[in-house]
Design a protein around this ligand. Structure first.
Ligand SMILES: [Zn+2]
Length: 344
């Protein structure tokens, strides 16, 4: 089969279309024909660049998020051939105390598709059968693949960690990225008042209309001053996907008892914190990664029902995976860039 293979770490050009053996399907696994694979900034791009802190054995096939069609299964958990499915990116053990209490995204031996085993940048991929989530015919593979990491991340952070409510004014920083889009849609679904932050108003405006946002903040400008205009009652919840570049203002604009949720930062990995700025206001800081499997199933139900609407910015053929990565790095996109095998 054809796959986009990473033989060594480096730039997008290191992704090479190659002919490789079809995956072996072990007990409890399913072979899927990949319909689309998302390009994930935190998993695929950083892993391509330098391994991203994960134990990667090269050569490697990236692709943490994917959707496709069931071809054949071995053993338990099999779905019928031809079933259209999304693939949960988190591989959990199923037996540790986190897994046994439905918190499998915190599994003590958690692994990821496309990191700890070959991912979706290929025509076929073998996946654990219990990671499969059937999707409606109306949900495209591109949409489903684009949602698996970003929407699980956003839903868990906004709904489970920060417990968004209709009483909240929510400020989403980085709302042209797919996690920001998902966070804004989730907050709006819960009836919160939503304000979107981004560096390019034109990229954010369509989402603002869709979620009925109370306004858009130019995050290259004075963020607290703009929020003072748009939300005189203050901000109860900040969803910050940017990190170091916006962290100080994200903390500063919080109301007393406000919450800030962080799922990683597109502008870097280290931030500062003045303790009295947070303890004197009784604020809470939440950090969040992925979501339990049952939450991801709910997310896909809401996507199938049209209540959450992932954005696919561009689709690239598998042979052009390098171009897909380059496009993601250039940050011209709004939402998701996906890779689609030929004939999928
Ligand atoms: Zn576990």
């Amino acid at each position: 089969m054809k796959a986009s293979v990473l033989f060594e770490h480096g730039g997008p050009e290191k992704l090479t279309l190659s002919e490789v053996d079809e995956p072996t399907v072990l007990e409890g696994e399913t072979l899927i024909r990949v319909g689309a694979a998302g390009v994930e900034p935190g998993l695929d791009i950083k892993t391509r660049q330098d391994g991203g802190g994960w134990p990667i054995d090269l050569p490697h096939i990236l692709g943490a998020s994917m959707a496709g069609t069931v071809m054949r299964s071995v053993g338990e958990g099999a779905l019928a051939e031809g079933t259209r499915v999304a693939v949960a990116p988190v591989i959990s053990c199923g037996v540790c105390r986190f897994c046994r209490t439905g918190r499998d995204n915190s599994c003590q031996s958690r692994r990821f598709m496309g990191i700890n085993r070959p991912g979706g940048y290929a025509e076929y991929c073998a996946v654990p059968s219990r990671n499969l989530i059937p999707i409606a015919d109306s949900t495209s593979f591109a949409v489903a693949a684009g949602a698996s990491v970003s929407y699980s991340t956003a839903w868990h952070s906004v709904v489970s960690r920060a417990r968004v409510s209709p009483a909240d004014t929510v400020f989403v920083v980085g709302s042209s990225g797919s996690v920001g889009i998902a966070a804004a849609q989730a907050a709006a679904l819960f009836g919160a008042r939503v304000i979107l932050g981004g560096r390019d108003r034109r990229k954010v405006a369509p989402l603002a209309a869709e979620v009925g946002a109370a306004g858009i903040v130019d995050t290259a400008g004075d963020i607290p001053a703009q929020l003072a205009q748009l939300a005189p009652e203050g901000v109860d919840l900040v969803v910050d996907t940017v990190g170091p570049a916006t962290w100080a203002s994200s903390v500063a604009v919080l109301n007393p008892e406000g919450r800030l949720v962080c799922v990683g930062g597109s502008s870097g990995g280290e931030v500062g914190l003045t303790l009295r700025d947070v303890y004197r206001k009784n604020v809470s800081l939440f950090f969040s990664t992925s979501s339990p499997f049952e939450q991801l199933k709910l997310v896909y139900r809401l996507i199938d029902e049209g209540k959450l609407a992932p954005k696919v910015y561009a689709e690239y053929p598998l042979a052009d995976a390098a171009a897909a990565h380059a496009a993601m790095v250039e940050q011209k996109h709004v939402g998701k860039v996906v890779i689609v095998p030929e004939g999928a």
